[in-house]
Every structure is written in C-alpha cells, then in structure tokens.
Ligand binder design. Structure first.
Ligand code: FAD
Length: 464
C-alpha cells in the first residue's frame, strides 16, 4: 500500500554504529530524505573490520567492567565469501587493478574489506553524518508515551550530551560479547583458555597441544591458523556436517564435543578419546548485547533471542521509531543490511506502511511457535536457516528449513519497500560458497565462472 506523496515525511534519525550496517543505513535513510546522525565510538568507519592487534586483558571476556575491544578479527583473516556476492548491491566489491596496494584476490584479506567500506563511505559522503569517537551510553523514550527517543552520548574528550530523535536505528554489531560453552571440570583444568574474540595470531600456541571448540567459520579458520605452529590441534565439533579431516594439516584432528576436563590437564571427548592439552580456544560465538538500550522491557534478549521483533527488525510496540539492522546471521550480510535499511527508511518516511502493532505481534508469536514446534532453540531465532544449515537443527527436515531462508526473507522485504530483490548470481554464489572445502576454498574455486560473468555484467551498471 503506497500512501500519497504529500504524506511522506522526513525524520530526524540516529544511527548507532558506523560498521557495514550503520554505513548503509545512514546512506539509505538520507536517500529517503531523512536527517541522519550516526554515532560511532571508534575513530573511523568499518566496525569489526578495523583490525587491532590489541585484545581485552581478560582472555575469556567475563569481567563486566573490562575495557571493550570491538573487533574480533585475526591477522590472517580472509573473507569467507567471494567478493562479488559480499558487497552492497550498487557499489560492487570489485578488484582495483589501478591500485597495487589493494588485494586482488577473490577472497581478499580483511584490509581489503576495510578499504572497500572506506571507499563506500567516501563515495556517498557518509563521514559527514558521523560523530566519531562518540559512544552512545543510553537510548530511551524521550518521555512517557512519547514517540521520540533520547540518545545520551559521551565523546572521547569526555564531553557528554544528549539529543532527541524521531527514530533510532541500532547497528552496533553482534560479534563483540563472547558466548562460552559450559565444560564440566573447567574450574580446575590448569591450561590457558581464550575466546576467539581475543585471538589474533598463532604464535602463542607454538609447539602446544590446542583444543578448538566449534567448527563454524571462526573455529575452522582459527584451528588451521594455529595448526601452522602448534604441535597438535583438536577441534571439538557439535556436528561433523561441516568438517572432515584436513587434507593439508596432518596435526589437525576432529572430535565430537568435550565430555569433561580434569585437573591433570586431560580433555575427554564424548567418544572417550583423551588428549592432554595446553590451551582451549573457544570459538563458540557471540551474544547480542545492547547495553545502552532502555525500552521499559519491550525489547529483551533471552537466550540470544532479541525480541519481540517483527521480521528481525521492528519491535511491534515501538515501531517504527526503534529498529535493528543486521541481527540475522548465516546470511549475505552486506546485502541484508542494505535491504533492511531500505525497508526502515521507507517505513519511517511513511512511503511504506507496517501492519498494526497487533498484526505484527501475531506474526512474531506465530514465528516463535513455529520455531518451537520444529525444535529450534531460542538462540537460533536469528539464523536464516537455508537448507544448508539444516544439520545444525537435529529435528529440522530440509523442507522445513526453507520456512525462513534468506532468499525468502530478502524477497519479502524487497516486496515491502519496492526495491530489487537478491540477484540470481548472488544467491547461487553464496550457496556454492558455503559448501566449501575448508582447506582450499579461498584459492581453489573453478565452479562458477558463469556466475562471476553474470555478476560483472550487473556491475557494469554501476561506477567502479
Ligand atoms: P560491526 O562491524 O561490528 O559495527 C558495529 C559498529 O558499532 C562498530 O563500529 C562499533 O564501534 C559501533 N558501536 C557499537 N556500540 C556502540 C555505541 N554504544 N556507541 C557508538 N558506537 C557503537 N561477513 C561477511 O559478509 N564476510 C565475511 O568474510 C565475514 N567474516 C567475518 C569474520 C569474523 C571473525 C566475524 C566476527 C564476522 C564476519 N562477518 C563476515 C560478519 C560481519 O559481522 C559483517 O560482515 C559486518 O561487518 C558486521 O557489520 P555491523 O555493522 O553489523 O557490525
């Protein structure tokens, strides 16, 4: 339903964060005619792609008063998706042959992603909307029953302040607050433990026996990085669906999950195998965390479910004034940020209508009930479960996983806001990329030349 043009309005909108989500949110909001202020506590754009060798002093990140290091990327990190499908739709993430300092690889390193985001910010003059080195401390309704939002902030030079906005778009990222696995006996296990948030280089593990818990992207990459220097690396994996013995690293071994650890340094896996280890690296993921957000209980985080949220974006009772970009994981992130941002921007202007609060709530309740009936735990609420991920959900049959596939999700949002949905080549590239050989996928791909050509034909429409 499209309202007449004279009912379209411009809002004063705060965006929290200037990572890949915040940058495109700011662009889409301004394109729609809104006035945007983005708050970013770092000195520059890029979010988690701003690599730092610094780590938090508490290697498991348990101390609530610790100084937060935002980024979770390690020195050797290269993208886990081909660059064509990783970029925003109208600002292709292509190679820059004119600049020899750029990484031309199809799966480039993290510096190249950072430079792509810097290029994006420059191209669309996004920096001028950003207040750098300014941390948002609190976001709350401006007054009882008010539709406005108060944003309190403090800049790095100690100056505090607050501003009132019509709307707040939360883009603070969700790879900074670690989640830890519970391991029976860990209190007396004598080895070193770190979470992958604090992993940068393999050197501290030289000649050691290391256990890596988790075998998704980070676990798989970090175990191989450590295997270049360690004596042995043992991956404790919940599912063997994504992991087979490495064809490159003979010192890398796969096990089921850990049953128990002991004070003598032993680690016992669920198949009864025992390894005496020096260190455990927890590649066990992250928690959603919004320490600044005060919604009088309308939005909560429960077992990593942020809710209630209509289609992972709008809390029904507070929509459209409060929205979240980027919560779903296991998806084409930059594309998703872009399409969600277009939706938020068009709803805020009034060009696109949301259903009533009751209808949105009904949808959320039905979605949660469906997840429950399929045996999907709350913590997977924001997984867009394409069939490829089905093995993670023991009770889910492949046809049921399609219920919340990323393609359906993107198509649905595109239809709402009248924008283009996901390109065929992008979807296909993603589907091929995630069925990867963990040892070789970044340099050994020859399966989708046609898709690459299709992508580049599409890119020709946009300025490089
Ligand atoms: P972030 O990049 O984390 O940005 C959030 C921003 O908000 C930060 O700049 C932060 O400083 C700011 N902020 C937070 N709180 C406040 C506050 N209170 N006040 C002010 N500012 C605040 N995706 C891919 O597509 N391809 C990949 O290869 C890939 N590799 C990954 C590897 C790792 C190890 C991880 C952890 C993730 C990877 N991802 C990858 C997913 C990644 O999350 C997205 O690519 C994306 O960069 C996340 O962007 P974001 O803007 O949501 O969050």
């Amino acid at each position: 339903m499209t309202p007449p043009p004279n009912s379209i309005s411009s809002r004063n909108v705060a965006v929290i964060g200037a990572g890949a989500a915040g940058l495109v949110a700011a662009r889409e909001l301004r394109r729609e005619g809104h006035t945007v202020t983005a708050f970013e506590r770092q000195k520059q754009v890029g979010g988690l792609w701003v690599y730092t060798p610094n780590v938090e002093p508490d290697s498991l990140n348990i101390d609530p008063d610790r100084t937060i290091v935002h980024s979770s990327i390690y020195q050797s990190l290269r993208t886990n998706l081909p660059r064509e499908c990783m970029g925003y739709s109208d600002f292709p993430f292509v190679t820059r042959p004119d600049d020899e300092t750029r990484d031309p690889r199809r799966y480039p390193d993290h510096r190249e992603v950072m430079r792509y985001l810097q290029d994006f910010a420059k191209e669309f003059d996004i920096d001028e909307m950003i207040r750098f080195e300014t941390e948002v401390l609190r976001v709350e309704p401006a007054a009882e029953n008010s539709r406005e939002w108060r944003v309190q902030f403090r800049s790095s030079n100690g100056v505090s302040g607050e501003d009132i906005f019509d709307a707040v778009v939360v883009c603070n990222g969700h790879f900074t607050e670690p989640r830890l696995a519970h391991i029976p006996g860990i209190e007396s296990w004598p080895g070193k433990q770190i979470h992958s948030h604090n992993y940068r280089v393999p050197d501290p593990f030289k000649d050691q026996v290391v256990i890596v818990i988790g075998n998704q992207s980070s676990g798989s990459d970090i175990s191989r990085d450590i295997a270049t220097l360690a004596k042995e690396v043992h991956i404790a994996a919940k599912s063997d669906a994504y992991e087979k013995e490495s064809s490159i690293y003979s010192n890398l071994h796969i096990h089921p999950t850990i049953d128990r650890v002991y004070a003598d340094g032993s680690v016992v896996f669920q198949d009864g195998k025992v390894v005496f280890a020096d260190a455990i690296v927890h590649c066990t993921g992250y928690k959603y965390c919004f320490p600044f957000l005060e919604t009088n209980g309308y939005v909560t985080v429960e077992d990593n479910r942020v809710g209630p949220l209509y289609k992972h974006v709008f809390p029904p009772a507070l929509a459209p004034g409060l929205s979240f970009i980027g919560l779903p994981s296991m998806a084409l992130q930059f594309f998703m940020f872009e399409i969600q941002s277009k939706w938020v921007a068009s709803v805020l202007s009034g060009r696109v209508k949301l259903p009533s609060e009751d209808k949105m709530m009904e949808d959320v309740i039905a979605f949660y009930a469906k997840l429950k009936s399929l045996g999907i735990p709350k913590r997977f609420t924001h997984f867009l479960t394409d069939p490829q991920w089905t093995p993670m959900f023991e009770k889910l049959k492949p046809h049921e996983a399609v219920l919340i596939s990323q393609t359906e999700y993107f198509n649905w949002i595109a239809e709402q806001c009248g924008c283009s949905s996901i390109e065929r080549w992008r979807e296909e590239q993603y589907n091929i990329a995630i069925k990867k050989d963990e040892d070789t996928f970044r340099d050994d791909w020859d399966d989708d030349d046609q898709l690459i050509e299709e992508a580049y034909r599409d890119f020709a429409r946009f300025k490089p």
